[in-house]
Design a protein around this ligand. Structure first.
Ligand code: AMP
Length: 218
């Protein structure tokens, strides 16, 4: 079973996605992360994507769907996938559902629900690790990352503000969520699990696990 994660920016999709994917042995498709990798390239496409992301706008469906198609076509049939950051609008939902059907994949949606004020507060105060991209909320007051690397050492990367976590891009991104992503979420209404994303992440994780354990067959 694949899961499509929905939630306003700052809902905790990335952090929760990592623990959920680990619990159920899933692969994560993180759309923003894939696009940020492309944005680091010196190519014309890389530069274009970088400026779109920094302004808080959406990258074209053509580019985004090509990355998803490529990911799905190299995927082993037995792995399940957690999609984070796609679909962001109705057209992408239709294209993604067609692709999932074509690849015979079963899926459900999971919405982490937060208020706009919560999103604003979290986005304007969060920091990310420059090296491993782990996200830290305002109550973490150290300057370096305490996440563990694959070989068990401390990452220790510098914590920075994400380039699109600036007031103007945040406003643009939250408006895009309301105007474009909310209508896309409606398409999944009959297969959507909703959880409250307002509590602390540990609490949200418990809510997600109790909703998912039966369908993910743990
Ligand atoms: P995120 O890390 O999910 O907040 O995404 C960061 C940025 O990547 C977004 O603000 C968009 O510029 C771009 N992006 C991520 N997902 C998509 C998508 N599905 N469609 C278009 N652009 C996207």
């Amino acid at each position: 079973m694949d899961l499509i994660f929905f939630g306003m920016q700052g809902a905790g999709k990335g952090t929760l996605g990592k623990s959920i994917a680990e619990r159920y042995g899933m692969k994560i498709f993180e759309t923003g992360g894939e696009l940020r990798k492309l944005a680091q390239e010196e190519s014309e496409l890389g530069k274009k994507i970088k400026s779109i992301i920094e302004a808080g706008h959406l990258v074209s469906d053509e580019v985004v769907m090509e990355i998803v198609e490529n990911f799905l076509s190299h995927l082993d049939k037995n792995s399940s996938v957690l999609f984070d950051g796609i679909p962001r609008k109705v057209e992408q939902a239709k294209l993604l559902n067609d692709l999932l059907l074509k690849h015979n994949r079963e899926y459900k949606g999971l919405l982490i629900d937060i208020k706009k004020e919560t999103a604003l507060r979290r986005l304007t105060t969060r920091r990310i690790c420059k090296t491993c991209k782990a996200v830290y909320s305002a109550d973490y007051n150290k300057t370096n990352c305490e996440a563990k690397t694959a070989n068990g050492e401390q990452c220790d990367g510098e914590l920075i503000t994400r380039s699109d976590d600036n007031p103007s891009a945040i406003e643009t991104r939250l408006n895009a969520f309301e105007n474009e992503t909310v209508p896309a979420i409606k398409i999944y209404e009959d297969r959507l699990i909703k959880i409250d994303g307002e509590p602390r992440i540990e609490e949200v994780e418990k809510l997600a696990i109790s909703a998912l354990d039966t369908i993910m067959k743990v």
